[in-house]
Write a protein of this length. Structure first.
Length: 405
């Protein structure tokens, strides 16, 4: 029988607008990650020599985010030299899988205390700069049926009959829920303010949320992927889905996830180390799964991953109290809800990435903290976090709220 992997804490930075005029643009990626590592150590007076490993997700691990930013950030944070550090990339699923890997390390019994996390400074390292044959090599793209994710999102909306108005209404709901949650202080437990070298606060709350967003306002935005589709990507997608006459381009900046900067850190360990260090568990990783689905449509993985993780855990979907389904594009959670018939009142109750932004390599870990905070607030038991990722990948993790050993 495996050793239970407990979550002692989950913290994050606020999400800053991922442009040069965003508040966190002045912070280097390594310092953004180091800030949550320092905060985690300070919160518990951790002897970092007791940390067996640091596993960090990053989707664009090049340039300022390259060369194992996990180890570099541990050194910048002043952590003990024994902490090794590993940087991993599973596209947008990176930090959710980093959390699963940390849990597996603990559950195996080989390690006792592991920190998982993620970082993405999208104002410093733009989407796509890491290259790779899948998107950059025409021959590989042709063989694999590659299209940009937005084309896949529009294809899902077309197949499912989701109109532009449906997507925009979903986006407005996400904004409304996030604004209400921020105003009520629901995110404060997890957010660690980012400060400058003098200790002055740079940002202490998510800055991407747009209160007062309306369907009327969103209707004026131009579809983001229509031009890309006209370059031949629509034709590639339609060759895979010949039953579709044409793709309706309905996603735009307002009903797709926001480009932001952010980082997170989660402290996981077993019962023994928790008692030794006086750490009280907040949650337990029940199970995690990763799978993949048809890569051209790309974004349908959450359904398959959820079905797989429920089977692993031996649970029914109605046993899950809250779901965090990453809002990469509005069609993704809408398709998930339609596939599995999950009540809307259980999904993204405090908004999602359309409102708050999607700091690629950090989002999955942030979702774990978000669902854990809300389980505690409502006195509920089980949460499930799921995400789509490049190439059709889907990932899902079940978390159980615990109050004591």
């Amino acid at each position: 029988m495996s050793t239970p992997a407990f979550i002692f804490d989950a913290i994050r930075t606020p999400r800053g607008k991922g442009k040069k005029d965003g508040s966190l643009h002045e912070v280097k990626p390594v310092d953004l990650l180091a800030s949550v590592l320092k905060a985690l150590q300070a919160r518990y007076g951790l002897d970092t020599a007791r940390i067996d490993d640091l596993v960090v997700g990053c989707v664009m691990p090049v340039g300022e985010q390259g060369s194992n930013i996990a180890k570099t950030a541990a050194m910048v944070a002043g952590w003990d030299e024994k902490v090794a550090g590993m940087q991993m990339d599973r596209f947008c699923a990176s930090s959710l899988d980093a959390t699963a890997i940390a849990a597996m390390k603990v559950m195996s019994g080989w390690e006792q205390l592991v920190v998982a996390g993620g970082v993405e400074s999208m104002s410093h390292v733009a989407i796509g700069v890491n290259g790779g044959p899948w998107a950059d090599d025409p021959a590989t793209s042709m063989i694999t049926g590659f299209v940009p994710q937005g084309i896949g999102a529009d294809l899902i909306a077309t197949i499912e009959g989701f109109s532009r108005e449906d997507l925009d209404a979903f986006a407005v709901t996400s904004q409304d829920k996030a604004a209400a949650a921020q105003k009520a202080g629901y995110f404060k437990k997890s957010i660690i303010p980012v400060t400058d070298a003098n200790g002055l606060v740079i940002l202490d709350q998510d800055e991407f949320i747009r209160p007062g967003t309306t369907v009327e306002g969103l209707s004026k935005l131009k579809a983001s992927f229509e031009f890309m589709g006209s370059l031949g990507f629509d034709a590639v997608a339609l060759s895979k889905y010949p039953g579709v006459e044409r793709i309706n381009h309905v996603h735009h900046a307002g009903n797709s996830s926001g480009i932001v900067d952010g980082a997170c850190a989660l402290l996981l360990g077993n019962e023994k180390i928790g008692k030794e260090l006086g750490l009280k568990p907040r949650g337990r990783i029940v199970a995690s799964s990763v799978t993949s689905t048809e890569p051209t449509i790309m974004l349908t993985g959450p359904t398959a991953a959820t079905e797989k993780v429920l089977k692993i855990a031996g649970m029914r979907i109605d046993q899950i109290d809250l779901f965090e389904v990453n809002e990469a594009f509005a069609a993704v959670p809408m398709r998930f809800q339609k596939d599995l018939n999950v009540p809307w009142e259980k999904i993204n109750v405090n908004g999602g990435s359309i409102a708050m932004g999607h700091p690629l390599g950090a989002t999955g870990g942030i979702l774990i903290g978000t669902v854990l905070d809300e389980l505690e607030r409502q006195g509920l038991t089980y949460g499930l976090c799921t995400m789509c990722a490049g190439g059709g990948i889907g990932i899902a993790t079940i978390v159980e709220r615990v109050s004591s050993y």
